[in-house]
Design a protein around this ligand. Structure first.
Ligand code: GGG
Length: 365
C-alpha cells in the first residue's frame, strides 16, 4: 500500500507579478506530486489578500488571517506592493505581519549563478560562485519601534524616531543558524556584516555575539566586514563568500545586490523560516510586484520556482528539491530566458521548459 505524504500549503499570491509567478511555482509542485505515484500530495488553499483586498476591505489581510494560516505546513507567497496602498502599509499589513507574528526569524537568500544566464560579474565566467545571505528577519532595523510626534508645532517641525533593536537572543540565534548552515557547505565560512564603527550600540553587541558564537565553531572560518566594504566585496571578491550573516536591512540590501550580480532579481529565491517549527515557514521570491511588467505574462518565474524548491527541502523532500533545481538549470542552459536575463521567453514557456525538464524520480525500494 502506498503511504502518501500530504503537505498543506497556504498560497498568498498577493500583488500583480506575485500572482503570475506563484501560479508557475504551483505548476511545478503539482508536477512533482503527479510524478510521485501517489507518494506525495500538496493541498493548496489560496488566500485573496493583498492590495486589491485592501481596496475592498481597508486591510491587507483578514483580521483573523494569522489564525487561518497557523496550522498550514508552509506558506507560498508572491509579492506585495501596489500603487493604491502606501508601501509601508502594504508591507506591514501583510508580509511583515506574517514574518513577525510567526517568528520567521531566519531568512535565507541563496545567490546562485545559473548556466546560460549572463552575470555582470567578470569572475562569474571562470569562478565557481554561490553564496547564501542569511538575513536576521525579526528585529534589527525592522523592529517597527519608533513614532512620529510634534506635528502640532506646524509644518516643517514634525520629528520621527525609527529605532533598531538588537537583542543578544536575536543575534545569537541567527548567528548559530548561519554557522550550522556553513557546516553543511563545501566552504565552511561565515562572514558577518557589521557597521559597528558608526552604530556603536546595536552593532557592537552584534559583533560581540558573533565573536562569542564563533568560538563554538572552531572548524568554521570567520570574518567581520563593514557593510560598505561587504558591498564592494560582493563585486570584487565574491569567490571569498559562502555564508553571509547580516542584520535585517543590511541583508535585504546585500541580497538584492547578490541577485542582480547573478543576473536578475527575478532569479532570487528566499525562505522565511521559523526553525523551531512552532509556526509555518514562508517561501517567496525576493522580488516585489514589478509594476513595470505586471500583467504582460513576461515575469521571470525562476525566483518563485526556486523558492518552491526551498519549501521542498523544508518538507524533507530533498531529492525533489534537487530535481527542481536541476530542471531550472536545464531550462536556462537551453536558452529559455525571460527578458530580465536577456531572452525573449515569457513566463509560461519558461515554466513549461522547467516542467518538461523535471526528470523522473529515482525508484524507491
Ligand atoms: N516577495 C517579496 C516582496 O513582496 N517584497 C516586498 C518588499 O517591499 N519587501 C521589502 C522587505 O521585505 O524588506
Amino acid at each position: 500500500m502506498i503511504m502518501t505524504q500530504r503537505f498543506s500549503i497556504a498560497s498568498i499570491p498577493a500583488d500583480r507579478v506575485g500572482r503570475e509567478v506563484v501560479a508557475a511555482g504551483r505548476r511545478v509542485l503539482e508536477t512533482i506530486a503527479e510524478q510521485s505515484n501517489g507518494e506525495i500530495a500538496f493541498d493548496f488553499t489560496e488566500f485573496p489578500w493583498g492590495s486589491d483586498y485592501y481596496a475592498r476591505h481597508g486591510v491587507m489581510m483578514d483580521p483573523h488571517g494569522l489564525e487561518a494560516l497557523k496550522d498550514f505546513d508552509a506558506i507560498y507567497f508572491g509579492a506585495v506592493g501596489w500603487e493604491n496602498v502606501p508601501d509601508h502599509v502594504s508591507l506591514w499589513g501583510l508580509r511583515l505581519n506574517i514574518t513577525q507574528n510567526f517568528d520567521q526569524w531566519a531568512n535565507i537568500r541563496p545567490v546562485k549563478f545559473l548556466p546560460g544566464v549572463t552575470s555582470p560579474l567578470r569572475k562569474a565566467d571562470d569562478t565557481e560562485l554561490d553564496w547564501i545571505v542569511v538575513r536576521e528577519n525579526s528585529e534589527g532595523e525592522y523592529a517597527g519601534l519608533g513614532g512620529r510626534n510634534l506635528a502640532g508645532r506646524g509644518p516643517g517641525n514634525e520629528m520621527a524616531l525609527q529605532t533598531s533593536l538588537f537583542t543578544e537572543k536575536g543575534c545569537e540565534r541567527i548567528m548559530r543558524f548561519a554557522f550550522d548552515l556553513a557546516r553543511t557547505r563545501t566552504v565552511k565560512k561565515v562572514s558577518s556584516v557589521t557597521k559597528s564603527n558608526a552604530q556603536q550600540y546595536g552593532m557592537v553587541l552584534w559583533d560581540e555575539v558573533f565573536t562569542r558564537v564563533a568560538a563554538d565553531y572552531p572548524d568554521v572560518a570567520t570574518e567581520s566586514v563593514l557593510v560598505d566594504a561587504m558591498s564592494a566585496k560582493f563585486i570584487l571578491k565574491p569567490e571569498d563568500l559562502s555564508v553571509v550573516v547580516a542584520s535585517n536591512l543590511n541583508a535585504d540590501i546585500l541580497s538584492d545586490l547578490g541577485s542582480a550580480l547573478s543576473g536578475s532579481l527575478g532569479l532570487a529565491a528566499s525562505a522565511n523560516l521559523n526553525p523551531e517549527r512552532r509556526f509555518p515557514s514562508m517561501f517567496e521570491p525576493v522580488h516585489g510586484s514589478a509594476p513595470d511588467i505586471a500583467g504582460q505574462g513576461i515575469s521571470n518565474p525562476i525566483g518563485a520556482i526556486a523558492s518552491a524548491a526551498l519549501m521542498l527541502d523544508h518538507f524533507g523532500l530533498h531529492e525533489e528539491a534537487r530535481r527542481v533545481e536541476a530542471a531550472i538549470e536545464s531550462a536556462t542552459a537551453s536558452g529559455q530566458l525571460t527578458r530580465d536575463i536577456g531572452g525573449t521567453a515569457d513566463t509560461s514557456s519558461v515554466t513549461d521548459a522547467i516542467v518538461a525538464a523535471l526528470l523522473p524520480r529515482l525508484a524507491t525500494v
